[in-house]
Design a protein around this ligand. Structure first.
Ligand code: PLP
Length: 389
């Protein structure tokens, strides 16, 4: 049997045709397909604006920059994310701190967040921004978070890289009803893919305008905004410094086609998750706890060894890899990366996230994972515990 990755893309013939058509079209760089994809996504998530970028990392960076915070302002995020989450704030000139995770759902602990905010207020060191991460596709409770943001006056970016198609309180993740900007990634392992790609959604025009300029080297093409005389159809102005973070037409065409399969992808991921939960119960492992009113996309299916079996982690990981199950850890704590240690972070500072990183692993979940492959994963996990516990 072939090796099974923790996640992988699902591409069909229509996807290929869609990209092929883009190759025959007049535009290869950002053009009508990108705008069509943006329109479809904003209708789908019910946000006022959607802006495509060439990766989730670039979407996160643009989101941080669009908030126009001051250099040295503080932002908080979680340690158990991909480094791009925290990097976006650092690259925007902000200072970072972390909030530990919830021991049951492995997202930001809203309880710890509140306690940290109370203390920070006393010390006049409140953050200006919190970036939450919807780990594995499970959204953070947006209402509780919004209430804290109103009280302590911080802005919110949702790193929803894992959660395209996720839902909270009957709304789609990305509606940005309770946050300033939401960010998605369309990397191949994600829910839908554009090869590489990302997206920001927001309901605020001022953020959208900034995101748009930042994506295109700071260039403004809207005549009404020109500071000098419009010299003619060739004229444009640069008002700020920006990047080329545009999504191209090949990526956008793939995205439009993938969007058509989203519901099937989500249903299949949910079905696999259900199968794992039913067949792996009674083992010394935990699943991500899902609160009422929150719906995961199951971008990842994470299992976590019970604490008393932490010493078995390496053996468990290597056992599954030796059997061609390409499990992975999502994620090593960001604050313990050499780059972040330079800011003074150290071990035991965020003990729940650190413990999590010594006990959690992601097992295969993706739409085309066959039943016999799911059974193989289950049987191997069971056989490991039979042998070693
Ligand atoms: C939580 C999280 N944030 C940000 C990113 C960055 O996205 P991309 O790989 O599209 O740049 C990823 C992707 O791996 C991610 O998992």
């Amino acid at each position: 049997m072939k090796s099974l990755r923790y996640s992988t893309q699902t591409i069909n013939k229509k996807d290929i045709r869609s990209v092929e058509n883009a190759l025959y079209s007049n535009f290869l760089t950002q053009g009508p397909k990108t705008f069509e994809f943006e329109k479809k996504v904003k209708i789908f998530v019910k946000s006022k604006f959607a802006l495509m970028t060439n990766s989730g990392s670039s979407a996160l960076l643009l989101a941080c920059k669009a908030l126009s915070l001051k250099k040295g302002d503080l932002f908080w995020t979680v340690p158990n994310s991909f480094v791009a989450t925290a990097n976006s704030g650092i690259l925007s000139g902000l200072r970072v701190d972390f909030v530990d995770i919830d021991p049951e759902n492995w997202n930001i602990s809203l309880e710890q967040l509140e306690n940290k905010l109370i203390n920070a207020k006393k010390k006049r060191k409140l953050p200006k921004l919190i970036i939450v991460v919807h780990l594995a596709g499970l959204p953070v409770n947006p209402i509780k978070l919004r209430n804290l943001s109103k009280k302590y006056k911080f802005k919110i970016i949702e790193d929803a890289s894992h959660s395209f198609g996720g839902k909270y309180f009957e709304q789609k993740v990305g509606c940005s009803k309770w946050s300033d900007i939401t960010v998605f990634s369309f990397h191949p392992v994600k829910i839908i893919t554009t090869g590489e790609g990302g997206c920001c959604t927001t309901n605020q025009k001022k953020y959208y305008e900034k995101l748009k300029a930042l994506r295109n080297n700071g260039i403004i093409k809207d005549k009404k905004k020109f500071k000098f005389k419009n010299l003619g159809p060739w004229y444009y102005e640069q008002h700020s410094i920006g990047y080329n973070f545009r999504m191209n037409e090949l990526q956008s065409s793939l995205g439009i086609s993938q969007l058509k399969n989203l519901n099937v992808f989500l249903q299949k991921r949910n079905k696999i998750a259900k199968f794992y939960k039913e067949n792996l119960k009674n083992l010394p492992i935990k699943f991500q706890k899902i609160e009422k009113n929150l719906n995961s996309t199951y971008h990842l299916f994470i299992i976590k060894l019970e604490s008393q079996h932490e010493s078995l982690y390496k053996k468990f990981f290597n056992y599954l890899r030796s059997k061609k199950i390409f499990v992975n850890l999502h994620y090593l704590p960001i604050h313990l990366q050499p780059f972040y240690r330079k800011f003074g972070f150290r071990s035991n500072q965020f003990p729940i996230a650190e413990k999590y990183s010594k006990t959690a692993l992601s097992i295969p979940i993706y739409p085309n994972l066959k039943k016999k492959e799911q059974i193989k994963v289950v049987n191997l996990i069971k056989s490991f515990f039979n042998k070693y516990v």
